[in-house]
Design a protein around this ligand. Structure first.
Ligand SMILES: CC(C)(COP(=O)(O)OP(=O)(O)OC[C@H]1O[C@@H](n2cnc3c(N)ncnc32)[C@H](O)[C@@H]1OP(=O)(O)O)[C@@H](O)C(=O)NCCC(=O)NCCS
Length: 202
């Protein structure tokens, strides 16, 4: 189902308009032409919505990481990531959309909207290859949110005219390897970058 209510409104003040390169115009085009697949769906009776991350998400992003286990954070960042500072939150929320797009999955809980997942695409300087990484808060794992968010971000990468998408992970992250093999990604073992590189020509 194609949804027509993506929150990104056609206003010149939206951060995505800060860098109007072809790549960013493509992102805007994606949202306006509604070529994306469904951007909200229900899990256990709650509506989960996907949207681009914004600069005022810093506190929500920090709370999101507080809701992730050390294991999940390690799997995502390949390190015991010290995220708890304004500088780090700023780096991960205030993006140059020429280079990086992050999509959050959010849900309303007790009158508050919280982030429960983030999928992130980072393009190389030539805008040919992009790296994808994803993290879902532990309490929200195993509910298909990661699968939906992955599909959504792959679609964005295609519309963003990325030629090759890569995912870096460790060889023990069988789940993510399985998820991407299922989506046609090839598996390479490269110990200089990460244990495993999953990649696909889009
Ligand atoms: C990996 C991750 C994103 C998956 O998100 P999720 O919302 O929990 O996953 P889903 O419920 O959509 O399930 C994804 C797939 O895993 C399968 N799966 C579920 N539980 C599993 C388990 N315990 N072991 C292996 N596969 C499992 C599901 O069947 C599904 O497979 P499908 O695509 O064939 O349907 C999430 O677990 C996470 O954030 N992990 C920590 C961070 C990380 O590892 N990131 C990847 C590195 S970039």
């Amino acid at each position: 189902m194609i949804n027509n209510d993506f929150h990104l409104q056609p206003t010149k003040t939206h951060p995505v308009f800060c860098h109007c390169s072809k790549a960013v115009e493509n992102v805007i085009f994606i949202f306006y032409k509604h070529k994306m697949q469904q951007n909200h769906f229900n899990v256990s009776g709650k509506e989960i919505k996907f949207r681009t991350i914004e600069s005022d998400d810093e506190n929500r992003w920090l709370n999101f990481l507080d809701n992730c286990s050390q294991e999940s954070i390690y799997s995502r960042f390949q390190a015991f990531f010290r995220y708890n500072s304004h500088e780090v939150a700023h780096r991960f929320c205030c993006l140059n959309n020429q280079k990086e797009i992050a999509i959050v999955a959010e849900v309303k809980e007790a009158e508050e909207t919280i982030i429960i997942g983030v999928g992130r695409l980072i393009a190389d300087p030539y805008h040919k290859n992009a790296e994808f990484a994803i993290l879902i808060a532990d309490n929200w794992q195993n509910k298909e949110i990661g699968s939906h968010l992955t599909n959504y971000c792959i679609e964005i990468a295609k519309q963003w005219e990325i030629e090759k998408l890569q995912v870096f992970t460790s060889s023990d992250n069988l789940r993510i390897i399985k998820m991407f093999k299922k989506r046609g990604f090839q598996v390479f073992y490269d110990h200089t970058i990460a244990d495993v590189v999953l990649e696909k020509e889009l």
